[in-house]
Design a protein around this ligand. Structure first.
Ligand SMILES: [Zn+2]
Ligand SMILES: [Zn+2]
Length: 276
């Protein structure tokens, strides 16, 4: 009798531990950004959010409403070419100043937000802590942004901006690859991690002037001939964490187009806002 009782108790404890409620009790959901705990009331507020994508993201309990609302901005407030969140000037034909005066090798760029405020904090944290989970979550947000901007109908394949093998070896963390993989799952478009390769070590772009950035990445990327058939006449989405002057994206887009891609679009988590 005593043995039966202990077996029944054991089974009860086992089923309790296996239940999702127990898991939530021991590891309550947290916002990936502010790391605040998320409660029942947050879930109720999430279900009432006016934007359908935000509603879905909040119900998944990866973000709190406050952080998500800071990151996701209205569609109208961006340059249609480079994706910068700026109020476009009528004298620049509906574009930002930079795109009015500069020619890009890509036709369009999208971002979640400018590289400022909370977005900047998150990108710095992702790189500093080599936070794979945060990279994947930002990739998910980027995938939703690509959907919202109706970019995905025109894309055939996605690929990240490549990292030189020596940097890969030193860092052991590839944010663009993780972001690309995660965004590709959301939009349902295949991704190939090595369409491009970095053939020369470059300086950190963030420390250079615009002209130096341009020279720093000139000829630094090459197309991987093994995938030649995959991109003939296709539209490729190039994915990166941050785009500032656009020099890196331009060189990568140039290499893809020279290899036969019909069009290149750029999808980045954050856009360095120099476009005003
Ligand atoms: Zn938060
Ligand atoms: Zn622009």
């Amino acid at each position: 009798m005593a043995q039966w009782k202990s077996t029944a108790l054991l089974q009860k404890v086992r089923s309790m531990i296996a239940s999702p409620d127990f898991f939530t009790f021991v590891f309550p959901p947290q916002c990936i950004s502010c790391e605040n705990q998320l409660f029942e009331k947050d879930l109720l507020a999430a279900a009432q959010h006016e934007d359908a994508i935000s509603r879905r993201l909040l119900v998944a309990q990866d973000w709190c409403g406050q952080c998500l609302d800071q990151l996701r901005v209205p569609l109208e407030e961006r340059c249609p070419t480079c994706g910068a969140i700026v109020s476009v000037h009528p004298s620049y034909q509906g574009h930002c100043r930079l795109c009015y005066t500069m020619k890009h090798h890509f036709s369009q760029a999208v971002c979640i937000n400018n590289y400022a405020g909370l977005m900047q904090e998150l990108v710095v944290r992702m790189k500093g802590r080599k936070d794979e989970c945060l990279a994947m979550q930002l990739g998910t947000l980027l995938g939703h942004e690509m959907q919202r901007l109706e970019l995905i109908d025109r894309i055939d394949v996605m690929t990240p901006v490549p990292t030189h093998w020596l940097k890969r070896f030193r860092k052991g963390f590839q944010a663009p690859e993780l972001i690309c993989e995660s965004a590709s799952k959301i939009v349902g478009i295949p991704h190939v991690a090595s369409l491009l390769k970095s053939v020369r070590l470059t300086e950190k772009q963030g420390l250079l002037s615009d002209l130096q950035r341009l020279n720093n990445v000139k000829g630094a990327f090459a197309f991987n001939a093994f995938f030649a058939e995959k991109i003939q006449g296709k539209t490729v989405a190039l994915v990166d964490d941050v785009m500032t002057s656009g020099a890196t994206a331009n060189q990568c887009a140039k290499a893809l187009k020279q290899a036969g891609a019909a069009n290149v679009v750029v999808a980045v988590v954050a856009r360095g806002a120099k476009a005003q």
